[in-house]
Design a protein around this ligand. Structure first.
Ligand code: NCD
Length: 325
Protein backbone atom coordinates (compact mmCIF):
# COMPACT_ATOMS: atom_id res chain seq x y z
CA UNK A 1 0.00 0.00 0.00
CA UNK A 2 2.99 2.29 0.52
CA UNK A 3 4.18 2.23 -3.08
CA UNK A 4 6.64 5.05 -3.47
CA UNK A 5 5.36 7.16 -0.58
CA UNK A 6 7.59 7.84 2.37
CA UNK A 7 5.99 9.07 5.55
CA UNK A 8 9.38 10.02 6.95
CA UNK A 9 11.63 12.18 4.75
CA UNK A 10 15.40 11.89 4.17
CA UNK A 11 16.10 14.03 7.21
CA UNK A 12 14.02 11.82 9.49
CA UNK A 13 11.07 14.22 9.67
CA UNK A 14 7.40 13.35 9.41
CA UNK A 15 6.23 14.34 5.94
CA UNK A 16 2.91 12.47 5.64
CA UNK A 17 0.89 10.50 8.15
CA UNK A 18 -0.83 7.70 6.27
CA UNK A 19 -0.55 4.53 8.28
CA UNK A 20 0.84 3.20 11.56
CA UNK A 21 2.63 0.42 9.69
CA UNK A 22 6.36 0.95 9.45
CA UNK A 23 6.35 4.04 11.64
CA UNK A 24 7.87 2.29 14.63
CA UNK A 25 7.58 2.68 18.37
CA UNK A 26 9.71 5.83 18.69
CA UNK A 27 7.50 7.85 16.38
CA UNK A 28 4.35 6.67 18.11
CA UNK A 29 5.76 7.71 21.49
CA UNK A 30 6.93 11.02 20.09
CA UNK A 31 3.47 11.81 18.74
CA UNK A 32 1.82 10.76 22.01
CA UNK A 33 4.24 12.92 24.03
CA UNK A 34 3.66 15.87 21.73
CA UNK A 35 -0.11 15.36 22.10
CA UNK A 36 0.36 15.39 25.87
CA UNK A 37 2.02 18.80 25.58
CA UNK A 38 -0.98 20.09 23.61
CA UNK A 39 -3.66 18.69 25.88
CA UNK A 40 -3.52 21.73 28.18
CA UNK A 41 -4.50 24.10 25.36
CA UNK A 42 -8.14 23.02 25.72
CA UNK A 43 -8.12 24.15 29.35
CA UNK A 44 -6.84 27.65 28.60
CA UNK A 45 -9.38 30.47 28.29
CA UNK A 46 -7.83 31.31 24.92
CA UNK A 47 -7.65 27.88 23.32
CA UNK A 48 -5.00 28.67 20.75
CA UNK A 49 -1.28 28.46 20.13
CA UNK A 50 0.32 30.29 17.21
CA UNK A 51 2.31 27.35 15.78
CA UNK A 52 0.59 27.07 12.39
CA UNK A 53 -0.25 30.72 11.87
CA UNK A 54 -0.28 31.49 8.17
CA UNK A 55 -0.59 27.84 7.13
CA UNK A 56 -3.61 26.56 5.22
CA UNK A 57 -5.05 23.14 5.97
CA UNK A 58 -7.69 21.52 3.79
CA UNK A 59 -10.07 18.92 5.20
CA UNK A 60 -10.87 16.92 2.09
CA UNK A 61 -13.69 14.56 3.02
CA UNK A 62 -15.16 12.24 0.41
CA UNK A 63 -17.07 10.29 3.06
CA UNK A 64 -19.35 11.58 5.80
CA UNK A 65 -17.78 12.14 9.20
CA UNK A 66 -18.67 14.15 12.27
CA UNK A 67 -16.17 13.45 15.04
CA UNK A 68 -13.09 13.03 12.90
CA UNK A 69 -13.74 16.05 10.68
CA UNK A 70 -14.68 18.40 13.50
CA UNK A 71 -11.77 17.38 15.71
CA UNK A 72 -9.33 17.83 12.80
CA UNK A 73 -10.90 21.24 12.20
CA UNK A 74 -10.66 22.27 15.85
CA UNK A 75 -7.10 20.94 16.07
CA UNK A 76 -6.08 23.08 13.09
CA UNK A 77 -7.85 26.14 14.50
CA UNK A 78 -6.24 25.69 17.91
CA UNK A 79 -2.90 25.71 16.11
CA UNK A 80 -3.98 29.01 14.45
CA UNK A 81 -4.02 27.57 10.92
CA UNK A 82 -6.56 28.63 8.30
CA UNK A 83 -8.89 25.73 7.61
CA UNK A 84 -10.93 24.91 4.56
CA UNK A 85 -13.56 22.14 4.75
CA UNK A 86 -14.34 20.48 1.46
CA UNK A 87 -16.97 17.74 1.51
CA UNK A 88 -16.99 16.00 -1.81
CA UNK A 89 -19.83 13.61 -2.41
CA UNK A 90 -18.35 10.69 -4.19
CA UNK A 91 -19.69 8.04 -6.51
CA UNK A 92 -18.03 4.91 -7.89
CA UNK A 93 -16.92 6.83 -10.95
CA UNK A 94 -15.44 9.77 -9.05
CA UNK A 95 -11.93 8.35 -8.84
CA UNK A 96 -8.54 8.51 -10.48
CA UNK A 97 -8.47 11.44 -12.78
CA UNK A 98 -11.29 13.26 -11.05
CA UNK A 99 -9.53 12.92 -7.71
CA UNK A 100 -6.36 14.27 -9.30
CA UNK A 101 -8.30 17.15 -10.79
CA UNK A 102 -9.75 18.04 -7.39
CA UNK A 103 -6.27 17.88 -5.96
CA UNK A 104 -4.66 20.09 -8.60
CA UNK A 105 -7.36 22.71 -8.19
CA UNK A 106 -6.94 22.95 -4.45
CA UNK A 107 -3.16 22.87 -4.74
CA UNK A 108 -3.42 25.92 -6.96
CA UNK A 109 -4.76 27.74 -3.88
CA UNK A 110 -1.34 27.29 -2.21
CA UNK A 111 -2.35 25.06 0.64
CA UNK A 112 0.05 23.33 3.03
CA UNK A 113 -1.77 20.19 4.14
CA UNK A 114 -4.53 17.84 3.08
CA UNK A 115 -6.48 15.84 5.64
CA UNK A 116 -8.13 13.13 3.57
CA UNK A 117 -11.02 10.77 4.22
CA UNK A 118 -12.15 8.50 1.40
CA UNK A 119 -14.23 5.36 1.00
CA UNK A 120 -11.49 3.69 -1.07
CA UNK A 121 -8.54 1.97 0.59
CA UNK A 122 -5.35 3.61 -0.64
CA UNK A 123 -6.87 7.02 -1.47
CA UNK A 124 -4.68 8.96 0.97
CA UNK A 125 -1.55 7.22 -0.39
CA UNK A 126 -2.66 8.06 -3.91
CA UNK A 127 -2.97 11.72 -3.00
CA UNK A 128 0.35 11.70 -1.13
CA UNK A 129 2.01 10.27 -4.23
CA UNK A 130 0.70 13.07 -6.38
CA UNK A 131 0.80 16.21 -4.24
CA UNK A 132 3.26 18.98 -4.88
CA UNK A 133 6.48 18.88 -2.84
CA UNK A 134 6.01 20.58 0.51
CA UNK A 135 2.37 19.57 0.96
CA UNK A 136 1.67 17.03 3.70
CA UNK A 137 -1.11 14.47 3.61
CA UNK A 138 -2.80 13.09 6.71
CA UNK A 139 -5.00 10.01 6.39
CA UNK A 140 -8.30 10.52 8.21
CA UNK A 141 -9.58 7.07 7.20
CA UNK A 142 -9.36 5.24 3.86
CA UNK A 143 -11.81 2.45 3.10
CA UNK A 144 -11.19 -0.46 5.39
CA UNK A 145 -7.42 0.07 5.29
CA UNK A 146 -6.19 2.55 7.89
CA UNK A 147 -7.22 5.26 10.32
CA UNK A 148 -3.96 6.10 12.04
CA UNK A 149 -4.99 9.18 14.04
CA UNK A 150 -7.86 7.17 15.55
CA UNK A 151 -5.42 4.46 16.64
CA UNK A 152 -3.16 7.08 18.19
CA UNK A 153 -5.94 8.76 20.11
CA UNK A 154 -6.90 5.33 21.38
CA UNK A 155 -3.32 4.69 22.53
CA UNK A 156 -3.30 8.12 24.15
CA UNK A 157 -6.53 7.30 26.00
CA UNK A 158 -5.20 3.93 27.14
CA UNK A 159 -1.91 5.46 28.27
CA UNK A 160 -3.72 8.15 30.27
CA UNK A 161 -5.87 5.51 31.98
CA UNK A 162 -3.34 2.72 32.46
CA UNK A 163 0.15 4.23 32.32
CA UNK A 164 2.82 3.69 29.71
CA UNK A 165 3.67 0.03 30.32
CA UNK A 166 1.59 -1.57 27.57
CA UNK A 167 3.40 -4.85 28.27
CA UNK A 168 1.15 -5.47 31.24
CA UNK A 169 -2.10 -4.86 29.38
CA UNK A 170 -4.63 -7.25 27.93
CA UNK A 171 -6.64 -5.43 25.26
CA UNK A 172 -9.74 -6.92 23.61
CA UNK A 173 -11.03 -5.47 20.33
CA UNK A 174 -14.60 -6.62 19.77
CA UNK A 175 -16.92 -6.57 16.77
CA UNK A 176 -16.74 -5.94 13.07
CA UNK A 177 -13.02 -6.38 12.49
CA UNK A 178 -13.40 -7.28 8.82
CA UNK A 179 -14.66 -3.84 7.77
CA UNK A 180 -12.73 -1.81 10.31
CA UNK A 181 -9.83 0.45 9.38
CA UNK A 182 -9.79 1.36 13.06
CA UNK A 183 -9.12 -2.23 14.16
CA UNK A 184 -6.28 -2.62 11.67
CA UNK A 185 -4.64 0.59 12.80
CA UNK A 186 -5.12 -0.26 16.48
CA UNK A 187 -3.60 -3.72 16.09
CA UNK A 188 -0.49 -2.30 14.40
CA UNK A 189 -0.18 0.40 17.05
CA UNK A 190 -0.70 -1.93 20.00
CA UNK A 191 1.83 -4.38 18.54
CA UNK A 192 4.34 -1.56 18.09
CA UNK A 193 4.06 -0.71 21.78
CA UNK A 194 4.52 -4.39 22.73
CA UNK A 195 1.09 -4.76 24.30
CA UNK A 196 0.97 -7.81 26.59
CA UNK A 197 -1.95 -9.50 24.84
CA UNK A 198 -4.13 -8.31 21.98
CA UNK A 199 -7.39 -10.19 21.58
CA UNK A 200 -9.77 -9.92 18.69
CA UNK A 201 -13.33 -11.03 19.42
CA UNK A 202 -15.74 -11.46 16.52
CA UNK A 203 -18.08 -13.82 14.72
CA UNK A 204 -16.32 -15.73 11.95
CA UNK A 205 -18.15 -13.72 9.29
CA UNK A 206 -16.69 -10.46 10.60
CA UNK A 207 -13.06 -11.54 10.74
CA UNK A 208 -10.70 -10.88 7.83
CA UNK A 209 -9.36 -13.96 6.07
CA UNK A 210 -5.83 -13.05 7.16
CA UNK A 211 -6.80 -12.65 10.83
CA UNK A 212 -4.31 -15.34 11.86
CA UNK A 213 -1.39 -13.23 10.69
CA UNK A 214 -2.33 -10.12 12.68
CA UNK A 215 -0.37 -11.11 15.79
CA UNK A 216 -3.49 -11.36 17.95
CA UNK A 217 -5.44 -14.03 19.81
CA UNK A 218 -8.76 -14.80 18.15
CA UNK A 219 -11.97 -15.42 20.09
CA UNK A 220 -15.48 -16.08 18.84
CA UNK A 221 -17.07 -16.05 22.27
CA UNK A 222 -17.44 -12.63 23.89
CA UNK A 223 -17.39 -13.88 27.48
CA UNK A 224 -14.11 -15.69 26.86
CA UNK A 225 -12.65 -12.81 24.88
CA UNK A 226 -13.18 -10.13 27.52
CA UNK A 227 -12.31 -12.24 30.54
CA UNK A 228 -9.71 -10.38 32.64
CA UNK A 229 -9.30 -7.68 30.00
CA UNK A 230 -7.84 -4.32 31.07
CA UNK A 231 -9.18 -2.52 28.00
CA UNK A 232 -12.18 -3.37 25.82
CA UNK A 233 -12.56 -1.58 22.51
CA UNK A 234 -15.98 -2.05 20.91
CA UNK A 235 -16.38 -1.47 17.17
CA UNK A 236 -19.43 -0.43 15.18
CA UNK A 237 -21.14 -2.83 12.80
CA UNK A 238 -20.16 -1.16 9.53
CA UNK A 239 -23.20 -2.04 7.48
CA UNK A 240 -22.28 0.41 4.73
CA UNK A 241 -19.29 -1.81 3.93
CA UNK A 242 -21.05 -5.16 4.18
CA UNK A 243 -22.04 -7.08 1.12
CA UNK A 244 -24.55 -9.84 1.62
CA UNK A 245 -25.94 -11.21 4.84
CA UNK A 246 -23.04 -11.48 7.26
CA UNK A 247 -25.24 -11.28 10.33
CA UNK A 248 -28.49 -12.84 11.47
CA UNK A 249 -30.03 -9.67 12.99
CA UNK A 250 -28.97 -6.79 15.19
CA UNK A 251 -30.96 -8.30 18.03
CA UNK A 252 -29.10 -11.58 17.69
CA UNK A 253 -25.78 -9.75 17.36
CA UNK A 254 -26.43 -7.90 20.61
CA UNK A 255 -27.36 -11.16 22.32
CA UNK A 256 -24.04 -12.71 21.30
CA UNK A 257 -21.65 -9.76 21.07
CA UNK A 258 -23.28 -6.83 22.85
CA UNK A 259 -21.43 -5.51 25.89
CA UNK A 260 -23.67 -5.39 28.96
CA UNK A 261 -22.95 -4.49 32.59
CA UNK A 262 -23.26 -8.15 33.50
CA UNK A 263 -20.66 -9.22 30.94
CA UNK A 264 -18.35 -6.38 31.88
CA UNK A 265 -17.93 -8.04 35.30
CA UNK A 266 -15.90 -10.76 33.57
CA UNK A 267 -13.19 -8.22 32.79
CA UNK A 268 -10.81 -6.74 35.34
CA UNK A 269 -12.49 -4.58 37.98
CA UNK A 270 -10.69 -1.49 36.64
CA UNK A 271 -11.43 -2.27 32.98
CA UNK A 272 -11.93 0.68 30.63
CA UNK A 273 -14.36 0.58 27.71
CA UNK A 274 -13.75 2.45 24.48
CA UNK A 275 -15.51 2.91 21.13
CA UNK A 276 -14.40 5.11 18.21
CA UNK A 277 -17.99 6.22 17.57
CA UNK A 278 -20.58 6.46 16.26
CA UNK A 279 -22.12 3.97 18.73
CA UNK A 280 -25.15 1.91 17.89
CA UNK A 281 -26.72 1.72 21.33
CA UNK A 282 -28.33 -1.62 21.97
CA UNK A 283 -26.36 -3.21 19.12
CA UNK A 284 -22.68 -3.09 20.16
CA UNK A 285 -23.29 -2.13 23.72
CA UNK A 286 -25.91 -1.34 26.28
CA UNK A 287 -26.38 2.35 27.09
CA UNK A 288 -25.56 1.66 30.72
CA UNK A 289 -22.08 0.58 29.62
CA UNK A 290 -21.65 3.39 27.09
CA UNK A 291 -22.53 5.99 29.74
CA UNK A 292 -21.17 4.06 32.73
CA UNK A 293 -18.21 4.55 35.04
CA UNK A 294 -15.85 2.39 32.94
CA UNK A 295 -16.52 4.24 29.70
CA UNK A 296 -13.83 6.51 28.19
CA UNK A 297 -15.77 7.15 25.00
CA UNK A 298 -16.07 10.92 25.42
CA UNK A 299 -12.48 11.25 26.61
CA UNK A 300 -11.46 9.62 23.32
CA UNK A 301 -13.11 12.50 21.47
CA UNK A 302 -11.30 15.16 23.54
CA UNK A 303 -7.99 13.36 23.17
CA UNK A 304 -8.55 13.26 19.42
CA UNK A 305 -8.00 17.01 19.27
CA UNK A 306 -4.64 16.93 21.10
CA UNK A 307 -3.43 13.97 19.04
CA UNK A 308 -4.43 15.65 15.77
CA UNK A 309 -2.71 18.86 16.85
CA UNK A 310 0.43 16.79 17.45
CA UNK A 311 0.32 15.07 14.07
CA UNK A 312 -0.37 18.30 12.20
CA UNK A 313 2.35 20.28 13.92
CA UNK A 314 4.93 17.49 13.51
CA UNK A 315 4.08 17.17 9.81
CA UNK A 316 4.52 20.96 9.48
CA UNK A 317 7.87 20.64 11.33
CA UNK A 318 6.92 23.00 14.15
CA UNK A 319 6.54 20.71 17.14
CA UNK A 320 10.22 20.47 18.03
CA UNK A 321 10.72 20.53 21.80
CA UNK A 322 12.10 24.06 21.58
CA UNK A 323 8.99 25.29 19.71
CA UNK A 324 7.03 27.89 21.67
CA UNK A 325 4.05 25.75 22.66
C1 NCD B 1 -14.60 5.24 12.64
C2 NCD B 1 -14.37 5.35 11.14
O1 NCD B 1 -14.90 6.26 10.51
O2 NCD B 1 -13.65 4.51 10.65
N1 NCD B 1 -15.17 6.34 13.24
C3 NCD B 1 -14.45 7.45 13.50
O3 NCD B 1 -13.49 7.76 12.85
N2 NCD B 1 -14.88 8.19 14.53
C4 NCD B 1 -15.30 3.99 12.98
C5 NCD B 1 -16.70 3.82 12.47
O4 NCD B 1 -17.14 4.50 11.56
O5 NCD B 1 -17.36 2.93 13.02
Amino acid sequence: MNEGVHQIDDQGRLRHFLTIEGLGRDWLIRILDTAESFSGVAEQSIKKVPLLRGRTIVNLFFEPSTRTRTTFELAAKRLSADVLNINVSTSATTKGETLLDTLRNIEAMHVDMFVVRHADSGAAHFIARHVAPGISVINAGDGRHAHPTQALLDLFTIRRAKGDDFGRLRVAIVGDIEHSRVARAQIHALNSLNTGEIRVVAPRTLLPAAADSLGVHLFHDLNEGIRDADVIIMLRLQRERMQGALLPSEHEYFRLYGLTEERLRLARPDVVVMHPGPINRGVEMDSRVADGAHSLILQQVSHGIAVRMAVMSLAMQVAAPEAPV
